[in-house]
Design a protein around this ligand. Structure first.
Ligand code: FMN
Length: 202
């Protein structure tokens, strides 16, 4: 099994990247038979979607073409969204304009939001309601909200009860994601999801 993590902050060395790396490490420790890769939309930004990305010689096509193999190889995703202005960041919404069922369709995804304070619910609600329709990514019912992110997930060991609590919760969510990853492989292989008449959701 392969996990691909997408971190949505526009900022280099973001807290979202820290969280994404932590979850990738835990995935490897909890599921040593599987591997993972990470796409940081700050280090490898996509230009604003312009309808040209199928042309691999265009700017958007080159940037998108570099990501596609990691997305297609995935059996599961972790999508990390910092809360910015009570929203998911533009880079992540832009990513979902590029993505289609060919890369994300009928694959399970764990949503993770990140807040420097005590917020973090808005990006979860936003992405659950408006990012899946045309690419058919399957958000699992469990999600993570990493609050007070500066004080948690920093080293190998937890530094506080709050840090330990989010680490425990992350392991719980990762194990559920891995179970969905196995469970949805036969759904895709069955062929029922492939219908040229219905490429987009209603
Ligand atoms: C433009 C901007 C808007 C932000 N708005 C919010 C917000 O609405 N709610 C919140 O909890 N944190 C907000 N923050 C703080 C982020 O939670 C904080 O930067 C955190 O580290 C996650 O972002 P990062 O992954 O870029 O580091 C905002 C940060 C930025 C840069």
């Amino acid at each position: 099994m392969h996990l691909t993590i997408v971190t949505g902050s526009h900022r280099l060395d973001s807290e979202s990247l820290k969280v994404g790396r932590y979850l990738g490490q835990r995935w490897s420790q909890l599921h040593p038979d599987s591997d993972n890769s990470l796409i940081d939309l700050a280090q490898t930004p996509l230009p604003l979607w312009d309808g040209q990305h199928q042309d691999l010689t265009s700017n958007s096509g080159k940037a998108w073409g570099n990501m596609v193999p990691m997305l297609k190889a995935a059996d599961a995703f972790v999508i990390v969204a910092p809360e910015w202005g009570g929203m998911a960041p533009a880079a992540l919404k832009n990513f979902f304009l590029f993505a289609s069922s060919a890369e994300l369709g009928h694959k399970p995804a764990l949503l993770v939001s990140v807040s420097a304070g005590i917020s973090g619910a808005y990006p979860i609600a936003e992405l659950r309601s408006s990012s899946y329709k045309n690419n058919h990514i399957c958000y699992i019912p469990e999600h993570l909200i990493v609050r007070q992110v500066g004080g948690v997930l920093n080293g190998t060991d937890a530094s506080s009860p709050e840090d330990q609590a989010i680490r425990n919760r992350a392991d719980f969510a990762i194990n559920i994601l891995a179970a969905y990853a196995k469970a949805l492989q036969p759904v895709r292989a069955s062929g029922v999801t492939q219908n040229k008449a219905y490429p987009f959701g209603m």
